[in-house]
Design a protein. Structure first.
Length: 443
């Protein structure tokens, strides 16, 4: 055995993904200086319009403090430009830079005035605060409602007499729906790829879990030998083989189930294949620790951000899986799977088993507050029907394991006359540059 008890202490080994520095932001502006106008505006830390949210959860009602919001505006190159488009990237906790890099270089969007915004807490905007159990509810002020009001101040600054269109990807889709919920008068067309509100967040996790496991069949069709490799690795990884970072730990063959989440992104499958086979080949050799470290970067991906990613996790818990801690939510998913008599023994990876065996120290206790700030599907439906300018262009990827196509059932049944839904064949969660999506954005 390569190590008597293989525990990898990874706190210092990670290459952390910190928010953008001032130098990074300067380089970013220089890269696109010929095309974009880069700027900042000051926005309230606590928007006055959201004071009811503060009072509901006994948060400070500070309307004086200001934070910085960074934006990047690329005017149209056309004599007949389309209306301005605000691009809302996925997250939470991710800057706009990855979507900006792809969209600015695509000539199909040359007639569209594009606005990218580093959502509060990310990129070149003011970074997230460091929160703890006593202050974690403050994360509400860094979520979608505040981002919408930030965006509205930006719209009034750039286009004071003009509505704008939205393009939301993943969590950016949630923000787009929140915009319809809060400030529909500012909008015309809204295009969303890879997100849909639902009445039941547990059903969302349940369908996501089932879809990911169903993807195993497609994965094995591409990499048929990986079934034997995985079975072998489960037999040799002992229960005291652990990955550890700070207070977080995962042991035994549940380490392998950390790879399961990547099946949700079919463009990540080659990486899953590589990591699994690299671990098998490196086992009990000097390369073993390096191979385990690569898997640890996936197992602890959500915890390696500044502050352990608490703000991002809190936003997700309050807005997407509202009212549940992560373990509570997956326990309910597991009960539903048992009730439906679903055989999990054939699953290639089991995301529930991974969550059940992931030790997070006191992290689970941080989310015990029963805070719910989920979207109101009823209000979204009402506002779309009241504002005839709003046209919803909804896109689901056939292979999207984060927001499977079945999750669009609720919104499609509620909104019919001002909604166009398209299922994109063979598209995954990251295929927001699909030709049909860009065609909708050009109009």
């Amino acid at each position: 055995m390569f190590l008597l008890r293989r525990i990898l202490l990874l706190l210092c080994a990670f290459v952390f993904s910190f928010p953008a520095t001032a130098t990074t932001c300067s380089i970013l502006k220089n890269n696109y200086m010929a095309e974009i106008v880069a700027g900042t505006i000051q926005v309230p830390l606590h928007h006055p319009a959201l004071l009811d949210m503060s009072s509901r959860y006994s948060l400070p009602e500070d309307t004086q403090s200001q934070i910085t919001l960074a934006y990047f505006y690329r005017p149209s190159f056309s004599d007949n430009p389309a209306p301005p488009l605000l691009v809302l990237n996925g997250g939470p906790g991710v800057s706009s830079h990855h979507m900006m890099a792809k969209m600015l270089t695509d000539k199909r969007l040359s007639n569209v005035p594009l606005v990218f915004m580093d959502q509060r807490g990310t990129g070149c905007s003011t970074h997230y605060p460091i929160l703890d159990k006593a202050s974690i509810a403050h994360a509400l002020h860094w979520g979608s409602s505040s981002i919408v009001h930030d965006a509205e101040l930006l719209r009034k600054s750039l286009f004071p007499n003009q509505k704008w269109r939205l393009f939301g990807h993943s969590y950016g889709g949630l923000i787009a729906y929140r915009y319809i919920e809060l400030l529909p008068h500012a909008l015309s067309d809204v295009t969303i790829f890879g997100y849909s509100p639902t009445h039941d967040p547990i059903d969302w996790l349940y369908r996501q879990t089932r879809f990911i496991t169903e993807q195993s069949h497609a994965y094995l069709a591409k990499y048929p030998d990986d079934k034997k490799v995985l079975t072998h690795m489960r037999s040799v990884i002992e229960t005291d083989t652990c990955l550890q970072m700070s207070q977080y730990e995962i042991c035994g063959d549940a380490i392998l189930d950390a790879l399961g989440h990547h099946l949700a992104f079919y463009d990540y499958w080659p990486n899953v294949h590589y990591l699994l086979n690299e671990l098998a080949q490196a086992w009990e050799t000097p390369r073993e620790q390096q191979a385990m470290l690569a898997i640890a970067k996936i197992a602890f991906a959500g915890f390696k951000l500044p502050g352990g990613g608490l703000v991002q996790n809190a936003i997700s818990n309050y807005e997407i899986v509202a009212g549940y801690t992560p373990k509570q939510a997956f326990d309910k998913v597991n009960k539903r799977i048992i009730r439906n008599r679903i055989d999990t023994s054939s699953w290639l990876f089991n995301p529930i088993y991974y969550i059940q065996n992931l030790t997070t120290g006191n992290r689970e206790d941080i989310f015990v507050q029963n805070i719910s700030h989920s979207l109101s599907l009823a209000k979204i439906t009402e506002h779309v029907s009241e504002h005839l300018d709003i046209r919803l262009n909804l896109f689901a990827g056939e292979r999207d394991g984060i927001v499977p196509p079945a999750l669009f059932t609720d919104i499609n049944s509620q909104i019919k006359s001002q909604r166009h839904f398209t299922m994109l064949r063979d598209a995954g969660h990251n295929d927001f540059m699909h030709d049909q999506v860009l065609q909708a954005l050009k109009k």
